[in-house]
Ligand binder design. Structure first.
Ligand code: AOS
Ligand code: ZN
Ligand code: ZN
Length: 388
């Protein structure tokens, strides 16, 4: 059986990164519902993220999205974070919202648009220098809508060229992490549609380039845990964008749609050393909370990751391997299911109490009165920027 004190130590050491855009208003192309008290600027987004960290103890990092989180003084933003026990996490680039990007960004047929896109990515690395962020997170909306619209091979060439210019600009401790997505907004061919494409680019670029697995970016039925296991084995898993989906890239709370899938993914992480700090796997959330209250939704998501992590850490690996060696199909499956079916909520309550936290993070947040405070004092909160 796994050593319970080691499981507890791993749970206390876990760091989950929350997205700045998860705190702002968001919606679908049909409607953005405004909520009272949402942050008006990146400083206030950090104030909300601090509430999540205070309640859970495991969410000290916040991802930024540029230009949504553009400020005059990034060092001041980093200080603001530090004063609240937070650190600035990945810098997410945005090469999808300008009119110039109608036919793509780094893979655009026009070199002037490619220049603009690469310049933006380079600006993001400048920002990383100021914020102390380790990761540049790249997601490209690039692709085509119709067969024949553009040359798919030429687009790969342009993409590779842009990426290598940015890679050369990275500092010694900085990385670029490249997200893939099968669909949307391009409907025929996305330029980085799958992990294989991202992996191939990252492999060519070098050790500072790694793959991001966003759990909402696959075809239905894709075995995501296989991808995770493969990338970990190759040392190329850079980060997760956790969220859940029923149909497309729904960006719902992680663990809401398919907690068993989240467990299977985190089991592969646990089994393959992905929780070890030196592996530098970033556990990020990429979610939008369209109809639910935002801070409690982020807290719930963090708790869902913790619960799936606890179950993954409780898998009796010795028993699992013994059953696998013996070819005991049912026995091996039972070991996994035993861990998944364990109610880990009492364990997590205990872990939180040992950390000096309230055992129930949602109750702890409700008791702060923060929601009433921000509803009364913040007028005119901003839109998250995405999903509108
Ligand atoms: C888009 O689908 C991706 O998941 C990106 O990570 C994106 O930058 C993020 O969702 C914020 O919109
Ligand atoms: Zn994402
Ligand atoms: Zn997405």
């Amino acid at each position: 059986m796994p050593d319970l004190s080691a499981v507890k130590a791993a749970l206390k050491a876990q760091e989950i990164e929350t997205p700045s855009w998860g705190y702002g208003n968001s919606g679908t192309r049909f409607k953005v519902f405004a909520q009272p008290g949402v942050p008006r600027d990146p400083f206030e987004k950090l104030d909300d993220a601090a509430q999540v960290h205070a309640a859970t103890g495991v969410a000290p990092l916040v991802s930024l999205h540029i230009p949504w989180d553009r400020v005059d003084d990034y060092a001041a933003l980093a200080v603001h974070a530090k004063e609240r026990g937070l650190r600035l996490g990945a810098i997410n680039s945005n090469t999808f919202q300008d009119d110039a990007y109608r036919l793509g960004s780094v893979a655009h047929p026009d070199p002037r648009v490619r220049r603009k896109a690469v310049d933006h990515l380079l600006e993001c690395v400048d920002i990383m220098d100021e914020t102390g962020s380790r990761d540049l997170k790249l997601w490209f909306a690039d692709g085509t809508n119709y067969p024949g619209q553009d040359d798919m091979t030429a687009r790969q060439e342009r993409l590779a060229e842009g990426l290598s210019e940015v890679y050369a600009r990275l500092g010694a401790d900085q990385r670029m992490v490249l997200e893939y997505k099968l669909f949307e907004p391009a409907f025929y061919a996305t330029d980085v549609p799958d992990w294989g494409t991202s992996y191939a680019h990252c492999l060519r670029l070098g050790p500072k380039a790694k793959v991001v697995v966003d759990t909402g970016h696959h075809a239905p039925g894709t075995n995501i845990e296989f991808i995770v296991a493969f990338l970990l084995r190759e040392g190329k898993l850079g980060a997760f964008d956790f969220n859940s989906r029923f149909y497309a890239d729904d960006d719902l709370m992680v663990g809401a749609a398919d907690p068993f899938q989240l467990f299977r993914i985190l089991h592969e992480v646990a089994k393959n050393g992905g929780f070890e700090k030196e592996r530098q796997v970033a556990f990020m959330l990429d979610q939008c909370h369209n109809i639910e209250a935002k801070i409690p939704a982020v807290i719930r998501s963090v708790m869902n990751v913790q619960e799936a992590t606890a179950k993954a850490l409780l898998v009796d690996l010795d028993a699992l391997r013994a059953a696998q060696r013996a070819g005991d199909v049912l026995g091996a499956n039972a070991v996994l299911m035993d861990a998944y079916n364990t109610d880990v909520r009492p364990l997590l309550r205990e872990v939180r109490e040992e950390q000096g936290l309230h055992p129930d993070p949602l109750a702890a947040y409700a008791a702060t009165g923060w929601q009433d405070h921000v509803a009364a004092t913040r007028v005119g909160g901003t839109q998250a920027g995405w999903g509108a």
